[in-house]
Design a protein around this ligand. Sequence first.
Ligand code: URA
Ligand code: CA
Length: 433
Amino acid sequence: MRMVDLIAKKRDGGVLTKEEIEFFINGYTEGEIPDYQVSSLMMALFFRDMTEDERADLTMAMVRSGDEIDLSSIEGIKVDKHSTGGVGDTTTLVLAPLVAALDVPVAKMSGRGLGHTGGTIDKLEAVEGFHVEITEQEFADLVNRDKVAVIGQSGNLTPADKKLYALRDVTATVNSIPLIASSIMSKKIAAGADAIVLDVKTGGGAFMKSEEDAVELARAMVSIGNNVGRKTMAIISSMAEPLGHAIGNSLEVKEAIETLRGEGPEDLTALCMELGAQMTVLGGKAETLDEAKEKLQQVIDDGSALEKFKVFLSNQGGDASVADDVSKLPQAQYQIEVKAESSGYVEEIAAEELGVASAMLGAGRQTKDDVIDLAVGLMLEKKVGDHVEEGETLAVIHSNREDVEEVKRKILDNYKIGGKEVNISLIKQVITE
Ligand code: URA
Ligand code: CA
């Protein structure tokens, strides 16, 4: 087989076979096929699109390029959840104990944050003592006993995707639906998921700006999942503003605890109920989404979801008493109010830019080795649709340094205040096939 023939075939609108896809993925991972040939093929794929079979074959070839996590010693259907690029997205912290309280096993492999998006592990490490350095055996034992555990990411998960993503980034081929869909799905499948729930964000701050594109991406991922034997469902949700009020590690843990108590922000709660219901159905613990929502509400109301969070924390060395006393979480030294410069309605809050503002305070990493400040971040007091008077507080900066003028400016520039009373519909669509 010659790489140049594959490029020509795709350039002319042909369909690659499973063997051809494996040939270039394996050759590229091994360093036998050069970047220039692979980037040429990526551009051909970008313009020619891929069939359902090609997408499934590409996904599975990337899965097999590195470690595949074997969760077969864990009983039940292991359901994983993935969100495409959320800011202040506290859903994982809420969902893991919430669905585990219904005996849906959550065997989560997570990463740290980079850039403006936070990582689940960083957030959990805001709890004194919590750690994800556990062996695979301990991980499996914990999930079998208590239905929930989080382990750090294996270094050799889908190396083909790592190389391809870096190459696509510098060859203007990131924004292709088949390539994004196979990239995301390969990581979930390699991490051992039996079933997958996807939260595809749409709007200003998201990868997919239009709802139409978001739906197409969601359909592409659902189709890949179902084609390779992993039941998959998706939600399309709005990113016209950050989710909930908190952005930043310790602040988001506090928000998750409030949500598990049934006292969380409306939007975060609604999204967790929707995603949690899908996870519960896929995990075989409810027949319908409505039945699942009723059960989820019950474990919030009777306190067992919060109790599960405590068990989860203490199993991995964390101080579970934070769930009863959130003042034990790291607190920033200064709380600085950001006041509106005009009156009107909040029409939009650029989520990504607020993620950057939070990272500027020290909540996020610029490089992989940066040490982050778990206490700092933002609390949004006004959200889209709220009315605000000039001089009223829009947000509170939690900081360990006093000089935050730059951060304040960034927040003000990204709160769009105008005359329209905008009403966001958070959950746009549910896609099951
Ligand atoms: N996120 C991914 O993991 N892969 C892509 O290709 C795009 C976004
Ligand atoms: Ca949040």
